[in-house]
Write a protein that binds this ligand. Structure first.
Ligand code: FPP
Ligand code: MG
Length: 340
């Protein structure tokens, strides 16, 4: 019973902090005083805020034990942080808002690159306002986030800045290897590490630095969690419909992206079937996609891909086992079971 109560208290505190993060993003956008920016930004759905949940779980795990009837309005308010002049609560909210803006900027650019029509259940900004506006809105969010990052220690600023370089490098390779099927698992893992895992790793590391926790352990947690996250994302692209996903289903094959299930399938085919697969992958019309889906269904590569994601989750949890953070364990396990 006591456990249920503390879980509920944590959830309430997390929800309150997530609302404050959204309000912080809204305030920064409003301060730009641009009706163009505000009207485009208003169409964006905040999504799951996974990176913020991670930062909160790392930088504020003691919330569970400190939140009680006699605690101040927020138990975080009085705790000193490593960023200049801010309480830990303010630092956590600002760090989360910075990461959410960077994540949002990267998706705005990614949707232009992928010609996506929807994102997080809404019409994507590129589809609603055009590619040029979507790119520039991404630039505005990204540069705003970096201006705010200057309020943090140079170590935290560097960790976050380097991960944005990594995600751009990952994306550029993702595009380069989309011209033809690429069957090299090492290349796939490198792209995933850069384009997705790097920002989760830097979010976790920055949160740990903020509160003087084991930064390397949390970085390893974020990195492995990010690998699992993208692998599950690549699986859901194949197994879920557009409505459930909130973004176009089967988009990867249409964009020529060689994701884990396709790479594992290709490795198991004989030479004739390999030839047929390559032909279907390249044309990516509805009959070809249906044929590849049949090949996937006949194999066990979807289950195998999920097992690989689970192995990354296991590694993530191993790296922070000594920290005994049950919230981070549930974030990791929920990620495997998600359907969008
Ligand atoms: C989604 O991949 C995309 C990313 C995880 C990263 C995209 C990064 C950039 C475009 C670089 C951004 C640079 C700056 C400076 C902000 P996906 O297409 O596989 O996933 P999806 O199905 O969600 O679209
Ligand atoms: Mg995309």
């Amino acid at each position: 019973m006591a456990k249920a109560n503390s879980a509920e208290q944590y959830k309430a505190q997390e929800s309150e902090l997530l609302r404050a993060v959204q309000a912080q993003c809204d305030t920064w956008i409003a301060q730009l005083d641009s009706t163009h920016v505000s009207s485009m930004y208003a169409t964006i759905n905040q999504g799951k805020m996974l990176r913020s949940k991670l930062i909160i779980a790392i930088a504020a795990p003691h919330v569970e034990s400190t939140l009680n009837a006699s605690a101040p309005e927020s138990a975080l308010d009085s705790v000193p942080s490593q960023s200049s002049g801010l309480s830990l609560r303010e630092s956590v909210i600002k760090l989360c808002a910075i990461i959410e803006l960077i994540q949002c900027a990267s998706l705005l650019h990614d949707d232009v690159i992928d010609s996506a029509t929807s994102r997080r259940g809404n019409v994507s900004v590129n589809a609603a306002f055009g590619d040029k506006s979507a790119i520039m809105l991404g630039d505005i969010l990204y540069s705003n986030a970096f201006a705010q990052l200057c309020g943090f220690s140079s170590q935290i600023a560097r960790v976050v800045a380097e991960s944005v370089s990594a995600l751009s490098l990952g994306e550029i390779e993702d595009v380069a290897y989309s011209r033809a099927f690429q069957s090299d698992l090492a290349i796939y893992y490198r792209i995933v590490r850069n384009k997705t895992a790097a920002l989760l790793a830097s979010s976790a590391k920055a949160a740990a630095l903020l509160v003087g926790r084991d930064a390397n352990a949390y970085e390893a947690y974020g990195l492995n969690l990010g690998m699992a996250f993208q692998i599950i994302d690549d699986l859901l692209d194949i197994t879920q419909d557009t409505h459930t996903l909130g973004k176009p289903a089967l988009n990867d094959i249409q964009e020529g992206k060689s994701t884990l299930p396709y790479i594992l399938l290709y490795a198991r085919l004989d030479s004739n079937a390999k030839e047929e697969f390559l032909c279907c992958f390249e044309s990516a019309d509805s009959a070809s996609i249906a044929r590849i889906q049949a090949m996937l269904a006949e194999s066990c590569v979807l289950a195998e891909s999920k097992q690989i994601a689970k192995d990354f989750i296991h590694k993530a949890l191993e790296s922070i086992r000594h920290e005994r953070n049950s919230k981070l364990e549930s974030i990791a396990n929920a990620l495997i079971e998600r359907n969008h």
